[in-house]
Write a protein that binds this ligand. Structure first.
Ligand SMILES: Cc1cc2nc3c(=O)[nH]c(=O)nc-3n(C[C@H](O)[C@H](O)[C@H](O)COP(=O)(O)O)c2cc1C
Length: 163
C-alpha cells in the first residue's frame, strides 16, 4: 500500500521553507525557476542541493553548464517567486526587475537575502525529480532582511516569538 499524492503533498507542504530562484547559465542568457526544495548539504566540502522537476526547462540547462546560482528570496520578492514558477507559453518578461549578471551570466536579484554561486558536481535521479548537488564557490549575504516563507501552499512572513 502506498500513500496517495494529495496526502503526501499536504504532509510535505507542512514543512515551511524559504523560497529560492535556481538559475543556470545558458547560451540564451539564463534559465531560472522557483524552488523550495533547497538545502545545505555539507560544510566540508561546501555543498548544497536543490531538487528540480525532470521536465523543467531549468534542469535541461544543466546539460550545457555547470554554473548555477541560488537566490534566497526576501519577503518583498513574492513577485519573483510567482514569475519564475510560471510556465507561460511566451518568454517571461524581466521588465522592471532589478538584477545584475555575474561573470557566468547568472542573475543576482536586488534585495535577495543571499545569493550562492555554485558549480554543479553531481546530478542524482530521484523519482520524477533530479537532485542537483552544487559546490558553493562564493556567497553574498544581505544585512537586515526578512525571508519569504512558503507553507501549505501560501506565502508567509516570519514572526519572531516573544522572549
Ligand atoms: C513556491 C514554489 C516552490 C516550488 N518549488 C519547486 C521545487 O523545489 N522544485 C521544482 O522542480 N519545482 C518547484 N516549483 C515549480 C517550478 O517553479 C515550476 O514548475 C517552473 O515553471 C519551472 O520552470 P522552468 O520549466 O522554466 O524551469 C515551485 C513552485 C512554487 C510556486
Amino acid at each position: 500500500m502506498s500513500i496517495d499524492a494529495t496526502t503526501f503533498k499536504q504532509a510535505a507542504g507542512s514543512f515551511a521553507s524559504s523560497v529560492t530562484i535556481v538559475s543556470v547559465a545558458s547560451p540564451q542568457g539564463f534559465q531560472a525557476m522557483t524552488a523550495t526544495a533547497f538545502c545545505s548539504l555539507s560544510l566540508n566540502s561546501t555543498l548544497v542541493l536543490a531538487c528540480l522537476d525532470r521536465n523543467s526547462r531549468t534542469l535541461s540547462g544543466f546539460r550545457n553548464s555547470q554554473d548555477f546560482n541560488i537566490n534566497i528570496l526576501s519577503w518583498e520578492q513574492q513577485h519573483l517567486s510567482r514569475l519564475f514558477a510560471s510556465r507561460g507559453t511566451g518568454e517571461r518578461s524581466l521588465d522592471g526587475i532589478k538584477f545584475r549578471l555575474t561573470d557566468s551570466g547568472l542573475p543576482v536579484f536586488e534585495g535577495a537575502a543571499a545569493t550562492l554561486e555554485c558549480k554543479c558536481v553531481e546530478l542524482v535521479e530521484g523519482g520524477d525529480h533530479v537532485i542537483v548537488v552544487g559546490e558553493v564557490k562564493n556567497a553574498a549575504i544581505r544585512g537586515e532582511v526578512e525571508p519569504l516563507i512558503y507553507f501549505r501552499g501560501a506565502y508567509r512572513r516570519l514572526a519572531a516569538l516573544e522572549e
